[in-house]
Design a protein around this ligand. Structure first.
Ligand code: ADP
Length: 359
């Protein structure tokens, strides 16, 4: 990304506040495996959610000492772990945002869903932070920057915080990673798919069935790194590339049967990669498998094209067309809720992307 850093240092250091609400996303073609510099080993595609969001505000004032200080409040409580991670993130990108070192920060954030549980709070959390930093930059150094440039830059820096966060900067369906023969695709930032989407996908539903809200057993970074020695990784990369092309075609034509096949196979491939890594991880719980079986049975009996997908954890995303909402919600209530913890389901759907909440 082109830099023009010299101008991005405050002559007079201000007090101020910015804030963004940013959503999580659910990947349909999974990102699993990466190269140095947060470059994905394969292209991925997700849709952005509406209800599963992080709201983050950053208050800033002139730094009291050398370098910056940062306090992080999660749900109103000081959180040292999140503070440490955010300090590392800010340090890692401070060459691109040199004004960071001139400020002290108070960050307040809340997630509308359990974090570190495989529902991609890293995507909503890191994209919210990246949007806030880009907002400080736009407010003081680049007031007339276009929205297009702003979101591209936010996506670039969200990616450096957490790969899949780069897709959360846009609403609707978003790809990340170079796809041969498809223009505007890049390993550096997400690409909103504006054209060639059948209208059935504009309102797609995602009911997230919480089988286990506890923290994940395996961090995403360890999971990605295990792909380097996984004996099946080359086959997986080939499959992901083919699935990207197939999925783009399916979302263009609205072929729901084709959609279900690709999406479920992607979820199981992701878990297969974890099961065949050394050390291996079994992230599904017995109830994850029971839900998968029930979803398959339900589809067979009713013909309703509802399918499951999973992130790197035990919770199940049940995704389905809006026109089947009533029947599928009844099915969730009668068959699936009892397989979740404390009958927990988050009913979500395709969302429009981040919103500014403070300026
Ligand atoms: P998840 O499945 O929720 O993404 P990860 O373990 O991959 O689980 O990511 C969780 C990490 O994401 C947290 O440790 C934290 O660093 C980051 N994160 C989550 N929520 C926020 C937030 N609101 N603000 C900043 N970072 C966040």
């Amino acid at each position: 990304m082109k830099e023009d850093n010299e101008e991005r240092i405050f002559k007079e250091v201000p007090n101020g506040k910015v804030g963004w609400k940013s959503p999580s996303n659910i990947a349909l073609v999974k990102y699993w495996g990466k190269k140095p510099g947060q470059v994905p080993a394969n292209a991925s595609l997700s849709f952005t959610l509406r209800e599963s969001v992080t709201e983050t505000t950053i208050e800033f004032e002139p730094a009291s000492g050398e370098g910056f200080k940062l306090e992080f409040f999660l749900d109103g409580m000081k959180n040292e772990k999140f503070a440490d991670k955010t300090v590392k993130y800010f340090e890692s990108i401070s060459n691109s945002f040199p004004f960071i070192k001139q400020l002290d920060f108070k960050i307040r954030s809340k997630n509308s869903f359990p974090h570190s549980a495989g529902i991609a709070s890293s995507a909503s959390g890191m994209s919210a932070l990246a949007l806030c930093l880009c907002e400080i930059e736009r407010k003081y150094f680049d007031e007339f920057s276009s929205d297009e440039k702003f979101f591209k830059r936010a996506s670039y820096f969200a990616r450096l915080g957490s790969g899949s966060a780069c897709r959360s900067v846009y609403g609707g369906f978003v790809s990340w990673g170079e796809i041969e023969g498809v223009r505007n695709t890049s390993n550096m930032f997400g690409n909103k798919i504006n054209k060639n989407i059948d209208s059935v996908f504009d309102t797609f539903q995602d009911s997230i069935l919480i089988v286990d809200a506890g923290e994940k057993e395996v961090s995403s970074s360890l999971g990605h790194s295990l792909m380097n020695s996984n004996p099946y990784s080359l086959g997986r990369l080939k499959q992901a590339g083919e699935n990207m092309i197939k999925l783009m075609e399916v979302i263009k034509t609205g072929d729901l049967g084709g959609f279900v096949k690709i999406v479920e196979s992607e979820a199981l491939s992701l878990h297969a990669m974890m099961m065949t890594s050394n050390p291996y991880f079994l992230l599904m719980k017995p109830n994850t498998i029971s839900i998968i079986e029930k979803v398959r049975e339900y589809r067979g009996e009713t013909g309703i094209q509802a399918c499951f997908t999973l992130d790197a954890g035990p919770n199940v995303h049940l995704i389905y067309p809006d026109e089947n909402k009533k029947e599928v919600r009844d099915f969730i209530g009668s068959e699936l809720l009892k397989l979740t913890v404390n009958e927990t389901v988050i009913h979500d759907e395709v969302g429009q992307g981040p919103e500014r909440i403070a300026y």
